[in-house]
Write a protein that binds this ligand. Structure first.
Ligand SMILES: [Zn+2]
Length: 113
């Protein structure tokens, strides 16, 4: 889809920042919009974005394609799940991950048993 990638280039050619993530893999986790701007970096060096939808303006960090989450985060979340903490509370402690991901992990743990 060459046309689509051209469109993305136009869409994101407003900030002048060097792209750190593949634009096509980045969507706003809150509203699903592809209309965002680069928004600095996290302390651990990951690219931050900010949704440009007027009704949203949600700042977020992009998950790499394939949604790889580091083992430390995974362990922490697994432990919280093991202690019966609801996903909606976990996400407050671990803000980098998506609620959907926690549910997915929870389901996977259940299936393992
Ligand atoms: Zn948004």
């Amino acid at each position: 889809m060459k046309q689509l990638s051209d469109l993305f280039e136009v869409l994101h050619d407003d900030g002048g920042s060097a792209p750190a993530a593949e634009p096509t893999s980045v969507v706003c986790p809150k509203c699903g919009s592809l209309w965002w701007t680069y928004y600095g970096k996290t302390p651990d060096g990951r690219q931050k974005f900010k949704c440009k939808e007027p009704h949203c303006r949600h700042p977020f960090t992009a998950e790499p394609r394939g949604r790889r989450i580091d083992e430390k985060t995974k362990r922490v979340v697994l432990r919280m799940l093991g202690e019966g903490i609801p996903p909606r509370k976990i996400i407050k402690f671990v803000p980098d991950i998506k609620l959907r991901w926690i549910y997915e992990l929870k389901r996977r743990v259940k299936n393992d048993r």
